[in-house]
Design a protein around this ligand. Structure first.
Ligand SMILES: Cc1cc2nc3c(=O)[nH]c(=O)nc-3n(C[C@H](O)[C@H](O)[C@H](O)COP(=O)(O)OP(=O)(O)OC[C@H]3O[C@@H](n4cnc5c(N)ncnc54)[C@H](O)[C@@H]3O)c2cc1C
Length: 325
């Protein structure tokens, strides 16, 4: 009988991604309620060494699919690999990140396994033996609860919602899996780093974001300066993107990225519903806007009614001083 939790790990540049440690954290809490242990599946080429890192953070068993074909992400190949690992592990729940890769992989893997999926969840619990997920709907204005009726249950989890798993002094057992994939239908041929100051927007702990109020492409430099001092990623509203001030990969919102940082600073952003859809779950929101009636202030924890061109450089200087102490 299916039991326990299996997480689908992600890695980049030879390192396990933060979202995978968050999945191990939430997975550990749920595994016992689902009558089993915590396992992980790791897919790639030359990645066996990373299995130990997953063990260190609580994976009791790591199903490794190490294959030349999986040197880069392949939608059909990775879906087949997850399905093969799931067949072997027989988990009651499979967790993936609601990351760029996870958003693509989760529905494909669910279809391959023949089960349902709750996507972009902000909570997962076990109630009466059933997996219940909470997910934002209507641009985050309310939450829906979904109850898994097929097995295994599957959910993708929004990054930065759960704390990362604590390190445990253990080594996970490594189990090699052969998914029987000999050719791929599609694969990623090139990955270009997004222009968000080297920090992935969806995983960023801190985001400095600019809107139409920035007024020109070169003015984003003042936000980039602030971001580099506090180790933040740079985000933007769609108006700033449409005006050509910044690349679309930086866009936050309904048609951009969904972010969930500890702190989100919005400079010259009015707070349209479509922008809020991408950042309203941020833990602390700071709005800087010269219009005291701007809707963003209704959502902000801290508001500064002022000219952003005066405030941003001041903040940069003050943070520099504070961090130097
Ligand atoms: C289907 C659909 C999807 C969309 N998806 C997205 C999305 O994903 N993300 C998104 O952001 N938008 C999205 N939008 C657009 C959204 O409706 C808004 O138009 C957009 O968010 C507005 O961006 P903004 O706040 O930067 O610009 P504005 O609404 O023009 O606000 C600019 C703000 O800057 C302030 N300001 C100006 N100068 C200064 C200054 N010197 N100092 C301080 N403050 C100043 C102004 O007071 C104003 O509040 C979408 C719209 C549609 C219809």
């Amino acid at each position: 009988m299916a039991s326990g939790v299996m997480i689908v790990a992600e890695h980049r540049d030879g390192k396990i991604r933060k979202i995978s440690l968050e999945l191990l954290g939430v997975g550990k809490k749920l595994a016992g309620n689902l009558g089993g242990g915590l396992t992980a599946v790791l897919i790639g080429k030359g990645i066996e060494g990373l299995a130990a890192d997953l063990g260190k953070f609580g994976a009791e068993k790591v199903y490794v699919i190490d294959n030349d074909l999986f040197a880069s992400y392949s939608p059909d190949g990775f879906a087949a690999a997850v399905a093969a690992a799931a067949k072997q592990a027989d988990p009651a729940l499979i967790l993936l990140g609601s990351s760029a890769q996870g958003k693509d992989l989760a529905p494909r893997a669910a279809a391959k396994i023949g089960t349902g999926l709750s996507s972009d969840c902000v909570d997962v619990m076990v109630d009466g033996g059933k997996v219940v997920c909470k997910r934002p709907v209507y641009s985050g204005k309310c939450f829906a609860k979904t109850v898994a009726v097929s097995s295994p249950a599957m959910a993708s989890i929004r990054p930065n919602v759960f704390p990362a798993a604590d390190a445990v002094n253990a080594a996970g057992a490594v189990v090699k899996v052969d998914p029987g994939v000999t050719a791929l239908l599609s694969k990623v041929s090139e990955v270009k780093a997004a222009g968000s100051g080297g920090v992935d927007l969806t995983e960023a702990e801190r985001i400095v974001s600019g809107g139409r109020g920035i007024k020109a492409k070169e003015n984003f430099k003042i936000l980039e300066d602030l971001a580099s001092v506090i180790g933040a990623a740079v985000g933007a509203s769609r108006a700033a993107v449409d005006a050509g001030y910044i690349d679309v990969s930086n866009q936050v919102g309904q048609t951009g990225k969904v972010v969930n940082p500890t702190i989100y600073m919005a400079f010259g952003i009015s707070g349209a519903i479509q922008h809020l859809a991408g950042m309203r779950t941020s833990k602390v929101i700071v709005a800087i806007n010269k219009d005291p009636e701007a809707p963003i202030f209704q959502k902000a924890d801290y508001g500064i009614v002022a000219d952003l061109f005066a405030v941003a450089p001041l903040m940069t200087e003050e943070f520099k001083k504070l961090l130097a102490e």
